[in-house]
Design a protein around this ligand. Structure first.
Ligand code: 9UX
Length: 72
């Protein structure tokens, strides 16, 4: 089973930023698919809830130097 969440991501200024976040999130165990869109300042993440949780994902984005919150 996978869960899908949408994030607002702040602080990206170039295409390398979005690529970095994408790469970083896809490296997390339990993340099955992460896509990050620079133009819309957002990301879509599919993950396995038992393996990785939302906190881990938000923390990872923060560690990379950006702010993220769950889209409402
Ligand atoms: Mo280039 Mo995006 O340094 O931070 S990766 S602006």
């Amino acid at each position: 089973r996978t869960e899908k969440i949408e994030l607002d991501i702040y602080g990206m200024t170039c295409a390398a930023c979005s690529a970095r976040i994408e790469k970083g999130l896809n490296k997390l165990k339990g993340v099955t698919k992460a896509t990050v869109n620079l133009a819309t300042e957002s990301g879509t993440i599919e993950y396995q809830p038992g393996v990785v949780n939302l906190e881990d994902i938000l923390e990872k984005v923060k560690k990379l130097g950006y702010e993220a919150k769950v889209k409402e």
